[in-house]
Design a protein around this ligand. Sequence first.
Ligand code: 5RP
Length: 225
Amino acid sequence: MSITIEEQKKRAAEAALEYVGKLPSGAVIGVGTGSTANHFIDGLRDFSRHLDGAVASSQASQERLQAAGIEVMDLNMTGTLPLYVDGADESNAALQLIKGGGGALTREKIVAAASETFVCIVDESKKVEQLGAFALPVEVLPMARSYVARQIVALGGDPELRESFVTDNGNYILDISDMDLYDPCTVEAKLNQLPGVLTVGLFAQRPADILMVAHSDGTVSVETV
Ligand code: 5RP
């Protein structure tokens, strides 16, 4: 019997809670955004006394964490975090990711960068040979939207403004299709250096450290590089 994608997300999230349990008490962890991360947040309710708190990667996760009884902290006050747990839109074998389907990529990338271990939790549909079937989100400052879109076209991509969407930081998202992501680190660097780009949803230079993949048969596999 196979389980649904939603159940797979829950299984991956529950498996990641084991990493929380192994932390010394009083730790502060980073927490991502999205439907998979939401299952993780719900499970954190059982760790409210074990943890001192969490840094949230979005307003939505902040509210959910608080509802789960977890204190939300400012990254400027915590220093390096021992653990960051978040979902992804795609992962390749090198644990390089596309993220930002939920539009929270900037804060996600900051919290991932500030964490010692990034545990990424996904259902099996997110595993890909090559990144790029999922449109690559890029957060841009509003005044740079058209300029950045033209530069992306010159780089071979097809950018589309995410309709009626403003990020937690007050910016826009361009979702890029048809971009050749054979060399994700190079594409990440090229897009990063366009004036007006705040964050590229490629997590290639800083990939996940551990990928927990939940499968339709109910098992969860753990990948590292
Ligand atoms: C949000 C993200 C999410 O991690 C990504 O979109 C996956 O979401 P979900 O767990 O709902 O499939 O990057 O910005």
